[in-house]
Design a protein around this ligand. Structure first.
Ligand SMILES: [Mg+2]
Length: 226
């Protein structure tokens, strides 16, 4: 894909896996929560994993998936507090700050658009200090739909008016890129290296990058090819 930055006004960026290392989230839900739940309920870890993974899967692609209050109630545990216990694992992917500075330098409108719940957002923005780089931050919980819903990108217009033809979306979720494609957002970029501890992925449908420096023109021009 050819990108001419002069043709793009608005950049929408996902948070977990895209700007931030998804190792934190994977570790939290797949290791930390099961181990705390097992200790609390007097079960072994294998049972806890099987039980919780099935529960998590049952809420995939819904807003409950990222709703910390929902999981606190459902599991009878203080999920925000458990997140704080492993907050040292929250990390920004390499070259993200350089990319955000490049966008600022060229007066682009940059929004963080995430399914994350406000309590997760608060913790992550406090920890990473990325907040000031954005013109705005929007949680799918405010929109009332997850990004996996094909109505999301239209509904987003109520919060942030944008021209799909002149907009880029960076995501580590192919499902979310597909719903954005249905709404004709023109520049769709898949972040294949979502976690520092997992194998990078390549999208069959969308242009894949590993790091955001691939979108910064090296030669002082405003064009890159990915
Ligand atoms: Mg993501």
């Amino acid at each position: 894909m050819q990108i001419h930055w002069n043709d793009i006004d608005t950049i929408l960026l996902d948070m977990d896996g895209t700007l931030l290392d998804r190792h934190f989230d994977d570790h939290f839900w797949l290791e930390h929560v099961p181990s705390r739940w097992a200790a609390r309920n007097g079960k072994d870890l294998a049972f806890a994993r099987e039980h919780l993974y099935a529960l998590f899967r049952s809420q995939e692609n819904t807003l409950n998936w990222t709703d910390l209050d929902y999981w606190s109630d459902r599991l009878n545990m203080d999920i925000p507090l458990l997140k704080q216990e492993v907050e040292h694992l929250i990390a920004v992917h390499p070259f993200v700050v350089e990319f955000l500075l490049f966008l600022k330098q060229h007066q682009k409108t940059v929004w963080l658009v995430t399914n994350a719940h406000s309590k997760t957002l608060d913790l992550k923005m406090k920890k990473t200090r990325l907040g000031p780089y954005f013109d705005g931050i929007i949680s799918a919980h405010q929109v009332g739909l997850p990004k996996e819903d094909s109505g999301f990108w239209q509904a987003l217009q109520r919060f942030l008016p944008y021209t799909p033809e002149r907009t880029m979306l960076g995501e580590d979720s192919e499902i979310n890129l597909c719903t954005a494609a249905e709404y004709a957002i023109r520049y769709l970029v898949f972040v294949g290296r979502h976690s520092s501890t997992a194998m990078p992925l390549v999208s069959q449908r969308f242009s894949t990058i590993h790091y955001f420096n691939q979108l910064i023109p090296a030669d002082g021009s405003m064009a890159v090819t990915i």
